[in-house]
Design a protein around this ligand. Structure first.
Ligand SMILES: [Zn+2]
Ligand SMILES: [Zn+2]
Length: 461
């Protein structure tokens, strides 16, 4: 199109910007924004909404917020169709939830209130989810409480509040809200059942999970992939790996995800034998991902089978598979920072490393901290290199930046796309003690709040 006489119109820009976000191509997205600014540069809600989406999906929430604010400052926002204004706000709340960016999230909520679009079912549900994802149960409950008797609250709002407690491993509270929802005559969805099953699973309430599973027909629900997956997880996580395996084999519509959940349980319980069988099943299905290789490699490392682990990682590379990089986000003074493993892109990178090195030494001397080398899934020659690498995990770097740039006592909040490794989990317990900081980390599974040398997950993760 660039070389032809056809000029892209607004819809073309909107579609392409969205596509750059969905394909995670920030480079192309930025290029397109520049072309837009040179060639058109008018405030258009469709293009701006796609720009926000592109920035949000490529993890640049500050840029998305800047575009959002620019759109708001455009005086005629109230003249736009209300549906579009609502959608723009909902989109921003979703990105703020993903990044646990509460300050930005509050700004968007206040804007929705100012524009009289807050009294809307989707907005209320998104707000409850935002607070839940930011580990703010009281705020989530306050919003939910305000609307729970209103018609605006539907099954998705109840799901959001149940999820709020499920994320914290509070299956008792999740169950309480589920029971109340049933009493009110609100029909649960399959997703409601999955959330509650996951809450039981993470709380090791396997009998409750099985009991709910056997009675789901009472709620008019039939099982699906997600519910089956939750049962595998509940059995496997509690250590009943063989039962989980038998259950997996009994599923009619078995998918690779079911085996992957089982493989995850094998990792928790270091069950190498079953893990190898499950890995073979995934190979048969031609569904092996880099995460499956890394999971099996971690189990091999736990068993000290370093050469087998090395061979496996080489096999993964030969398949052209790359590990999904761990990415951690943290917001300091309203600015979002992103770290990947061994990241050196931050301008204070060397200071962060130095600080973490001295911190690691202090932890060794004062608390007998012993780096868990089984968590190293890459090849290094020396023990020192392995230890150094463990302290370059993205959540430790994000913690380091907080420690050197915020006042003592300031809580630290980090979100991470993958699960924390055991070494990071163990280190955070000591760091919060040594540095007298509360550290909250939301990993792929749940929130971990480290305080006074403990994590509120009681090491159940
Ligand atoms: Zn780690
Ligand atoms: Zn924890």
């Amino acid at each position: 199109m660039k070389g032809s006489d056809h000029k892209p119109d607004i819809i073309t820009y909107a579609i392409l910007l969205s596509a750059c976000g969905e394909a995670n191509r920030p480079d192309l997205g930025d290029e397109l924004v520049n072309v837009w600014k040179q060639d058109v540069n008018v405030i258009d809600v469709k293009v701006y909404s796609s720009m926000m989406k592109m920035y949000g999906l490529t993890n640049r929430i500050q840029n998305a917020m800047a575009i959002f604010k620019e759109l708001l400052s455009y005086g005629n926002i109230n003249n736009l169709p209300q549906e579009e204004v609502i959608n723009v706000h909902l989109q921003m709340i979703r990105f703020c939830s993903e990044g646990a960016s509460i300050e930005n999230g509050r700004f968007v909520i206040n804007s929705a209130k100012r524009h009289n679009i807050f009294d809307n079912g989707l907005m209320i549900t998104s707000t409850v989810s935002l607070y839940a994802k930011c580990n703010m149960q009281e705020e989530a409950l306050a919003v939910f409480g305000q609307y729970r008797e209103s018609k605006l609250c539907d099954v998705t709002t109840w799901n959001a509040i149940i999820q709020c407690f499920a994320n914290k491993g509070r299956s008792d509270k999740a169950e309480e809200y589920f029971d109340e929802m049933i009493k009110k005559g609100i029909q649960p969805s399959n997703f409601t059942i999955s959330i509650l099953l996951n809450a039981y699973s993470h709380d090791f309430q396997v009998d409750k999970a099985l009991s709910l599973f056997h009675n789901i027909h009472e709620f008019g629900i039939t099982t699906d992939d997600s519910i089956n997956g939750s049962i595998i997880d509940a059995l496997g996580r509690s250590g009943r790996i063989q039962d989980a395996y038998e259950f997996t084999k009994s599923i009619n519509s078995i998918t690779s995800i079911h085996y992957q959940i089982l493989l995850g349980s094998c990792r928790i319980h270091r069950d190498l034998d079953t893990a190898q069988q499950v890995f073979a099943k995934l190979r048969e299905l031609d569904s092996l991902t880099s995460s499956d290789y890394v999971t099996l490699a971690t189990i091999l490392a736990h068993h000290g089978m370093w050469s087998e682990k090395e061979a496996l990682m080489n096999a993964m590379a030969a398949q052209g598979l790359k590990r999904i990089p761990g990415v951690s986000h943290t917001t300091i003074n309203n600015v979002l920072y992103t770290f990947t493993v061994s990241d050196t892109s931050h301008q204070r990178s060397e200071e962060i490393r130095q600080y973490l090195r001295s911190l690691q030494d202090r932890l060794k001397i004062k608390y007998n901290y012993n780096p868990n080398l089984a968590c190293v899934t890459r090849f290094f020659d020396t023990r020192q290199e392995k230890e150094d690498h463990l302290w370059e995990h993205s959540e430790k770097l994000a913690t380091g930046l907080n420690l050197i740039s915020t006042k003592k006592g300031t809580p630290i909040i980090i979100t991470k796309n993958l699960r924390m490794c055991e070494d990071c989990h163990a280190s955070m317990k000591l760091i919060c003690l040594e540095e007298e900081r509360e550290i909250s980390v939301r990993d792929a599974h749940r929130w971990h709040v480290f305080k006074d040398g403990k994590c509120d997950c009681d090491d159940h993760y």
